[in-house]
Design a protein around this ligand. Structure first.
Ligand SMILES: [Cu+2]
Length: 249
C-alpha cells in the first residue's frame, strides 16, 4: 500500500508538463494559506478563523507532500469548508471590483480554494493523467489573471464623488464609523461616506432600502427619501462594530 502510494505521488506526472494532481493540490493549498495571511495583513485585522484555516492548509500541504492520502483528504475537506463557510462574504466582495483589496483577495482565494478542492478530489481518485491536471493548472492561472484584470478595470472606472453642501458626512476608519448618531431634515436625505480603510464598507439602512457600497480608499454618496423617525444604519460586513442611528426630524 505504502509503495503504491509513493508511486502514485511521483509516478503520475504528465510526460511533458511534470504537473499532476498532487502537485496542483500542494501549490493551490500553499497559495490559499499565503493569500489568507496577506489578506489579514492588508486589511489590518486578524480574523482568528481565517488564520486557523491558513495554518490547517499548511498542515495539509505538508501531509500531501509526504505522500499517502491524508493530505489530499484534508485539503479537500478544508477547501470545501472554506468556500462553504465564507460564502456569505464571497458574493458581496466580488460584486464591488472597485474595492481592490477585498475583490482581489476574495477572487484569488475563491479560485485557489476551488482549484485545490478539484485537484485534491482528482488526486484521491487518481484516475486521470497529467494532461488534465496541466489543463486545470492553466485554467487556474487564467482565472487568477482574470481577477486582476477585472480589479484594474473596476478601480480605474470608479470615480470617488466629492461631498456636497447639506450632506450628512460620515467617515469609516479602522472598522468604525466617525459618528454613532447622525441627524438630518426630513424628506430628502443625502449621505456622504469617506472610507479610509482598504476594506469594503457599506452604509445600509434596511428599513429604507438604502444600501451604499463604499469601496476601500474611496468615497460614495447617496440620496434617499426618509420620513421623520429614527433608523438604524449599519455596515453589512462589520455590523457588530459598525452601526449607528440616523435621526430624521
Ligand atoms: Cu464595514
Amino acid at each position: 500500500m505504502k509503495t503504491q502510494e509513493s508511486q502514485r505521488a511521483s509516478g503520475t506526472a504528465g510526460p511533458v508538463t511534470g504537473i499532476d494532481w498532487r502537485f496542483l493540490t500542494v501549490w493551490t493549498g500553499m497559495g490559499t494559506a499565503v493569500a489568507i495571511l496577506v489578506f489579514s495583513a492588508l486589511i489590518g485585522a486578524i480574523i482568528p478563523p481565517l488564520v486557523a484555516f491558513a495554518l490547517l492548509y499548511g498542515v495539509a500541504v505538508w501531509l500531501t507532500r509526504r505522500g499517502g492520502r491524508s493530505g489530499t483528504i484534508m485539503s479537500a475537506v478544508l477547501s470545501f469548508l472554506f468556500i462553504g463557510l465564507n460564502a456569505p462574504f464571497i458574493v458581496p466582495s466580488l460584486s464591488v471590483p472597485a474595492s481592490t483589496v477585498d475583490f482581489v483577495m476574495t477572487g484569488l482565494l475563491v479560485v485557489l480554494a476551488l482549484s485545490n478542492l478539484v485537484s485534491a478530489i482528482a488526486a484521491l481518485r487518481s484516475s486521470s493523467t497529467g494532461v488534465r491536471a496541466a489543463l486545470m493548472g492553466r485554467a487556474t492561472v487564467a482565472l487568477l489573471l482574470l481577477v486582476a484584470v477585472i480589479a484594474v478595470i473596476g478601480r480605474v472606472t470608479y470615480d470617488s464623488p466629492p461631498a456636497q453642501t447639506g450632506d450628512v458626512q460620515l467617515t469609516a476608519q479602522d472598522f468604525e464609523f466617525s459618528a454613532s448618531t447622525i441627524e438630518s431634515e426630513g424628506g430628502e436625505v443625502s449621505v456622504f461616506v469617506d472610507n479610509k480603510d482598504s476594506a469594503l464598507h457599506t452604509f445600509t439602512v434596511e428599513e429604507l432600502d438604502v444600501d451604499l457600497q463604499v469601496p476601500g480608499g474611496s468615497t460614495a454618496r447617496i440620496t434617499f427619501d426618509a420620513p421623520a423617525g429614527s433608523y438604524e444604519f449599519i455596515c453589512v460586513p462589520h455590523e457588530s462594530e459598525m452601526h449607528g442611528t440616523l435621526e430624521v426630524e
